[in-house]
Write a protein that binds this ligand. Structure first.
Ligand SMILES: *Cc1c(COP(=O)(O)O)cnc(C)c1O
Length: 409
């Protein structure tokens, strides 16, 4: 951790909450400011010897142009790397920019990507069109089934890409087991850990090579800034910075980086509150006569509760619920909810709820085999409501849901 001196490698093994507050935040040497500076500068006074080329090396002590690096963004990247126990991190303009940077880094025409079959919709759609156009082969597997993962690996598999818990059905993947399978043939494993956060799971400690985050979600935590991150080995990240950052240019604004940096300081605190509220709201929903099923990794009723306990030290704030009367509810929720926002996205301090009918998402976003579709339905039935439980008073969230349910005819 680099609290006071960027060169001091011998600091104590600080706890996660201390790191969330301090990692990456070096007091400004000129002003002695205790809080991180927001450096809204696109360019920096240059060394007259410096090269103009993207290949020119511009170290972190010599900022050059914000597409290369920026002091506020570097502070965010150091905090991210500290929390994920990663060698290096790079922040991006969005989670999707980080995902595509990883794809560009790991895959070229003729390579094979083994992709989780249920995955963030825009990633799945990218695999359907963009990667296909680039001549990259994609196979989808239910990565909770280790035999399917083993069978899906080919000689030219360069990357295995998973989410755990996956969006939107909250099915888990055993990261350590999949890492071992991927590494047998020299493929690398990337884990989109947006739903877990480093408070719950640090994929690199389970053997993953890369971690992806949508910083827009729990890490930023306040629903006010879009951002993304890719974490992994220093050598890989240096190349990613040159190609995806400097050349492709999907870098994050220092202002967004500053907002997310500030949000991350309270991540451990917020995750405890998200989890506690999710348990309370989940139990309320489980008791409710209109609700048929609640899926939450922290409940014994989750089909992978044992894996969840092994792999997650916080069960996060994401749950889904199912009801036969699903088609009537979106309109009632949008009209009657006063606290919970009927909106996409997740991980904000505010609770967010959205309706995901199974037939529709299978048609628009995934291209699955019959067995994979049936695996999706095992977790989602005909439709799920995805609830990102915020950090409001849990009893108010229950009251809010109750008055929407009461409006059912
Ligand atoms: C939101 C999300 C993304 C995409 O992130 P953006 O910041 O919206 O680009 C990727 N993966 C998961 C799991 C997400 O929830």
């Amino acid at each position: 951790m680099q609290t006071h001196s960027p060169d001091d490698e011998s600091s104590a093994p600080w706890g996660l909450s201390t790191q969330a507050v301090h990692a990456g935040e070096v007091p400004d040497p000129a002003t002695k400011a205790s809080s991180p500076n927001l450096v809204m500068s696109s360019t920096f006074l240059a060394d007259p010897e410096a090269s103009f080329s993207a290949e020119g090396s511009h170290g972190k002590d010599a900022y050059f142009y914000t597409r290369w690096a920026n002091p506020t963004v570097s502070q965010l990247e150091q905090k991210l790397a500290a929390l994920e126990n990663a060698e290096a991190a790079m922040a991006f303009a969005s989670g999707m920019a980080a995902v595509n940077a990883l794809f560009f880094h790991c895959l070229k025409p003729g390579d094979h990507l083994l992709l989780g079959d249920v995955i963030y919709a825009a990633v799945s759609e990218t695999a359907n069109d963009l990667l296909a156009e680039l001549g990259i082969e994609v196979t989808r597997v239910d990565t909770s089934d280790l035999d399917a993962v083993r069978a899906g690996i080919r000689d030219n598999t360069r990357l295995v890409y998973i989410e755990s818990p996956c969006n939107p059905i909250l099915r888990l993947t055993d990261i350590a087991a999949v890492a071992a399978i991927a590494h047998e043939t020299g493929a690398r494993l990337a884990v989109d850990s947006t739903f877990s956060t480093p408070v719950a799971t640090r994929p690199i400690e389970f053997g993953a090579d890369f971690v992806i985050h949508s910083l827009t979600k729990y890490l930023g935590g306040h629903g006010d800034a879009v951002g993304g991150a890719l974490l992994g080995p220093t050598n890989d990240l240096a190349e990613v910075r040159r190609k995806a950052g400097i050349r492709m240019g999907g870098v994050i604004s220092p202002f967004n980086a500053w907002l997310i940096l500030r949000g991350m300081a309270t991540l451990p605190l917020r995750m405890r509150a998200h989890e506690a509220a999710a348990v309370e709201v989940g139990q309320y929903l489980e008791r409710h006569p209109v609700i048929d099923r609640v899926t939450y990794p922290g409940f014994e009723s989750h089909p992978q509760f044992d894996l969840a306990r092994r792999q997650m030290s916080n069960f996060s704030g994401m749950l889904t619920f199912q009801t036969e009367r699903h088609a009537e509810l979106p309109r009632l929720f949008a009209k009657h909810l006063q606290v919970i926002h009927y909106a996409v996205s997740l991980g904000h301090h505010r609770s967010l709820l959205f309706y995901i009918p199974t037939d529709e998402i299978l048609r628009t976003s995934f291209s699955l085999t019959e067995a994979q579709e049936s695996g999706y339905r095992d977790y989602a039935g005909d439709a799920i409501f995805r609830l990102s439980v915020g950090i409001e008073d849990p009893e108010d969230l229950c009251t809010d849901l109750e008055q929407a349910f009461a409006a059912l005819p």
